[in-house]
Design a protein around this ligand. Sequence first.
Ligand code: NAP
Length: 283
Amino acid sequence: MIISGKELAAACKAEMAEEVKSFPAKYGRLPHLVVLLVGEDPGSVSYVTGKAKSADEVGIKNTTIRKPADISEEEVLKIIDELNADDTVDGILIQLPLPKHIDTDKVIARIRREKDVDGFHPLNVAGLWQKTECVLPCTPKGIMKLLKASGVGLQGRKAVVIGRSTIVGLPVAKLLLDQNATVTIAHSRTKDLAQVAREAEILVVAIGRPKFVTADMIGEGAVVIDVGVNRDPETGKLCGDVDFEPASKKASLITPVPGGVGPMTICCLIENTIEAFLKKVEK
Ligand code: NAP
């Protein structure tokens, strides 16, 4: 019933750790991920800490550059230029959101596309939509791994994605389409959202509203992937966009929050870094 992203991510990380052990002898160094954290937003700090912990578990080198929230855009671009030029850096991740005075699109576009392990660079986004070589964004990639590992067939099946952000909703819809699912993308202006959602055989929810999707919005036996990370206003605990307990009685498979999509996102970040490293050293 419950798809454990935590368990799958642990297995993926253990596999990667085995592979990484051979790298120093084979290639003379380890893959290196650099994370730039601007400011001290508690959510961002906790995400960055989680990423560093996972990178340590897999045994790849990782560095977090911490800068104050009032750093100028020019200084951020300079840091990226230096990391781009550093041959020992394989992956660059800018922890989002950036402070408002910094143009996020400009910063992301400055990263060399092959070091963009988040898959947000315009050329990587284009690659996803044009089906050419690209770095896939971590959360959508992680969701596809979860579905595959759970044996969920996608061909010809009805998938509904609620949310159309460029980092989750749109790319996951494209990846589902590439697997021959029939995909509907719903959003805040969708009429009769509950009915649209109920028709889904595979329902992916990425909206950022605690427990928004209730059991009556879920078709009997649907596979439910909950991407949301929210604080429950009543308990203060982490919760998803789906009201988990009642929803799990309708769903055939469902991801929990925490322990579902989140760990797979981090796992894919490490995988993208290793892939970027291998592309470089095996050239
Ligand atoms: P976002 O950029 O804020 O996009 C939210 C999307 O949800 C928008 O497309 C919006 O529609 C739609 N939406 C909002 N309210 C809605 C409603 N009442 N009915 C239908 N659609 C609604 O969010 P995001 O970056 O995609 O993130 C979504 C959630 O996933 C957040 O909780 C975030 O923290 C979480 N997240 C988790 C991971 C992970 O690894 N677990 C990774 C990334 C994000 P419009 O376009 O019409 O405004």
